[in-house]
Ligand binder design. Structure first.
Ligand code: UN1
Length: 476
């Protein structure tokens, strides 16, 4: 059994969860300890006790630890990428890419630890100096989803530690292996006991206990809208700072002047890569009437060429869906789309492969309208819809007509449409001739409306969540 990390010690548990490979259900990765409510209380106490001295360590001390972790993650990217693909089901290339991203995130925040600044101003009153200091918040609860088993933990834990906070980390139940490796790497990189605690297990037990604990100052959460809403209410009740990244229903506009090769490759990548299991996925492809039929024809031809198979097979383009529950949810939405009158123009069928796994043909709906449930609710799988728009103006209004606002995209060769959409899109991130998913780590990540709540993640702006401002007045 792989154990939890509490107060610097690997700690077992009465129960464990078995972690299996969605590409091959007979491949069991291992058993991972289920933390109890008492384990969470111990982890939070340890993080709380470790905070005072960790917060006072020098930036260089923290930077060196993050740098060592980064070096090990990057040196082991093939092995960890393989483990990631085995437990989550994204392809090996995507798995290695994600591990590389995690390593670079630690390297970036090793640098940011050295750049913590404050400000000094003259007071409006004579003889007084004012200083604005940035200080760590305290114990941060980090609650992460299954679709990025190492990159999302990295982009929450790295800034938390860089700015001097301590962490209680609860990874998604489906992907404990990468989380365990990350905790092990950071622990061996030199973190003092209690600075990072790993508590694996179910959200209803472990997540709930973290969110309710009075010693946890702030929660950084990425996951479903439903869980996000519960956590948001609990944070409000308990007076915690929060950063929530939830769903998306991201629009991709294909203009009649778009380069068709670019548009089709941007749509396929954004909608189906990582098996469509990204909150930044393009799920509503809004196509101007003038190019609609040609675009759909090209999409179908390219979808037919994609290979859906075992994630570790180098010839695979799209791996399996992560779990039976997700698989059934995807199939349900495909049925819902058909019953709403959408035309299933491609795919949507369960596939049999040499190994038993959750293989699903990527599905493309056409003849849909924006009011349908398939265009309103996040599906989180390899399912996308085409919505026909009479012209560019109609396309923009459909794009913004959603409860979400994470990412949006446009494929066009028109400078004026590009500029116009950049300003009018109601999303937190806008991509031009680039997939709506797949982001840089040194710039802010986050959305608007139901997609996000609280300060942005990643890049230097991450400091707004992981630090607290203090204003000091000095009469000398
Ligand atoms: C990306 O598109 O590169 O859970 C990142 C998610 C997002 C991360 C997407 N928070 O899918």
């Amino acid at each position: 059994m792989k154990k939890n990390l509490i107060a610097g010690a690997w700690t077992g548990a009465a129960d464990a969860t078995s972690n299996s490979n969605p590409s091959d259900l007979s491949d069991v990765i291992g058993d991972y300890a289920d933390a109890s409510v008492q384990d969470v209380a111990d982890a939070v106490s340890a993080a709380h006790a470790a905070f005072a001295s960790w917060a006072r360590t020098s930036p260089e001390y923290r930077s060196d630890i993050l740098d060592r972790a980064s070096a090990e993650i990057l040196a082991r990217k093939e092995e960890l990428g393989r483990l990631l693909s085995r437990e989550e089901g994204k392809t090996l290339a995507e798995g290695i890419g994600e591990v590389t991203r995690a390593g670079r995130i630690f390297r970036y925040f090793a640098g940011e630890a050295l750049r913590i600044t404050g400000e000094r101003l003259d007071s409006v009153r004579d003889g007084i100096d004012v200083e604005i200091l940035r200080e760590p918040e305290g114990v941060i609860g980090v609650v992460t989803p299954w679709n990025f088993p190492i990159a999302i933990p990295a982009w929450k834990i790295a800034p938390a530690l860089a700015y001097g906070n301590t962490v209680v980390f609860k990874p998604a139940e489906l992907v404990p292996a990468c989380a365990w490796e990350l905790a092990d790497i950071l622990n061996r990189a030199g973190l003092p006991a209690g600075v990072l605690n790993l508590v694996m297990g179910r959200g209803a037990v472990v997540g709930e206990a973290i969110v309710r604990s009075p010693l946890v100052r702030a929660i950084s959460f990425t996951g479903s809208v439903r869980t996000g809403r519960q956590i948001r209410l609990a944070c409000m009740e308990n007076g915690k700072k929060m950063q929530m990244e939830m769903g998306g229903k991201n629009p991709l506009i294909i203009c009649s002047d778009a380069d068709l090769d670019t548009a089709v490759s941007v749509a396929i990548n954004g909608s189906y890569f990582s098996t469509g299991q990204r909150c930044t996925a393009s799920s509503r492809i809004i196509v101007e009437a003038g190019v609609h039929d040609r675009f759909v024809e090209r999409m179908i031809a390219q979808l037919a060429d994609l290979r859906i198979d075992h994630a570790l097979d180098p010839a695979t383009d799209i791996g399996p869906v992560v779990s039976e529950t997700q698989f059934e949810q995807d199939i349900d939405y495909i049925r819902i789309g058909q019953s709403e009158g959408a035309n299933l123009a491609f795919g949507g069928k369960a596939l049999e492969r040499k190994t038993k796994g959750y293989f699903l043909e990527p599905a493309l709906f056409t003849d849909t309208n924006n009011g349908m449930r398939i265009n309103w609710e996040e599906i989180f799988g390899p399912v996308a819809s085409v919505i026909r728009a009479g012209d560019y103006e109609e396309a923009v209004s459909i794009a913004n007509d959603t409860a979400f606002g994470l990412s949006s995209g446009i494929c066009t060769t028109s400078l004026s449409k590009m500029n116009d959409f950049k300003h009018r899109s109601a999303a937190g991130m806008v991509m031009v001739n680039t997939p709506t998913a797949g982001v840089d780590y040194h710039v802010p990540f986050g959305g608007r409306k139901s997609s996000s709540h609280g300060p942005r993640e990643q890049g230097a702006h991450a400091r707004d969540f992981y630090t607290s401002l203090k204003t000091v007045y000095v009469t000398s």
